[in-house]
Design a protein around this ligand. Sequence first.
Ligand code: TGC
Ligand code: FAD
Length: 392
Amino acid sequence: MPKSALDPRDPLGLDDLFDAEELAVRDTVRAWCADRVLPHIADWYERGELPEVRELARELGSIGALGMHLEGYGCAGASAVQYGLACLELEAADSGLRSLVSVQGSLAMYAIHRWGSEEQRQQWLPGMAAGETIGCFGLTEPDHGSDPASMRTRAKREGADWVLDGRKMWITNGSVAGVAVVWARTDDGIRGFVVPTDTPGFSAPEIKHKGSLRASVTSELVLEGVRLPAAAALPEVSGLKGPLSCLNQARYGIVWGALGAARSCLEAAREYSIGREQFGRPIAGFQLTQAKLADMSLELNKGLLLALHLGRRMDAGTLRPEQVSYGKLNNVREAIGIARTARTILGANGISYDYPVMRHANNLESVLTYEGTVEMHQLVIGQALTGQAAFR
Ligand code: TGC
Ligand code: FAD
């Protein structure tokens, strides 16, 4: 047995499971976050802003993080595991950063890459990969969240054109997007539309007063007689499988990302417990604190193994959507548990934005809900196990 001390940041030696290129991607994104995000994030969060979002998007483009796992059109063509590690590092900084990247790459760009025409890909993807154009993805509506099949936003044909009317709600990147992928009901089922956000009739008021994802732009999309040419429709898909196929990609990123938030919380709690003394000794020396740290570390590392397993399956082309649900459900639920336990270790300091824990805990409340709530993923897994759909 090796005698060297265990690395508390990698107690199981999971780094051995990644190759040099994967670790290089991780280190690049980690260094970018340390330089560009960590010095400012508490302030941005408290102000409820992502003030340099366009500059950040361009920088994320320059390190290859936008549409990272897509091929061609200026995208990095990274593996799923590399993309997962990037999501983890981004979310260790803040879920808002990972959201920006998820929505850009896994939702808006993926929709165009997977279901768009060659013309649409050429028109939009290079600028989006470079971070010159920010994208958003409008599926959720004020009255239809978990059940997007009931959406009311409508696209009607008028001659060769399409005319869109409706509202989307809780849309990440909405107010700063140059292009919106909007899903709407048509006579032929649900279709996707690539909407330049300067089209007359389109507006995206920002949603304020959020207690979570405060360093992220969240918006309503209002579509009032938005007239688009025939070529704006995504030609290669109709039906709910269009948007749901994009969600598989973004949910996969969250499987990794949530662990980044959890890692940041665990690290903050571990360090704090070593420095904080009560009853004449470091609180790290109390058995109850150690039990918390041990359980947090255990769940974090189990989550990493799960994420890596799903990532290897994605790279092999064998990952099923239901398997993504296992990862999203488990890793976000465990991450929020870790954040809450970490907060107890920090005592009153746990509620201060001087430490990252409360920020991550609050963010993870959104992460628990978006991209399919806990209950939706339980029902997806339940259906896979029993063959019975229990959604409605
Ligand atoms: P259902 O009848 O089961 O399926 C309809 C069609 O879709 C196909 N399908 C899928 N295809 C690809 N991937 C998946 N995961 C799929 N799940 C289903 C299915 O085969 C069928 O195809 P076809 O050809 O037979 O028509 O649909 P349902 O209406 O019963 O709904 C199922 C349910 C509840 C699982 C689904 O509606 C769901 O996932 N609801 C949750 C909605 C959700 O996650 N919304 C997220 C919005 S985007 C977002 O939150 C971004 S936040 C990002 C950030 O900021 O980071
Ligand atoms: P509801 O669907 O109303 O659910 C409320 C509760 O009821 C949940 O607990 C749910 O699990 C439960 N419930 C519903 N149906 C059932 C059932 N059949 N059985 C048991 N329980 C059930 N959407 C986008 O399209 N694009 C985005 O970019 C985007 N970004 C977001 C960013 C943030 C910060 C947030 C908070 C949300 C974002 N969303 C986005 C929306 C998100 O996807 C939805 O909030 C989510 O899908 C849940 O929908 P809802 O909020 O309407 O909740």
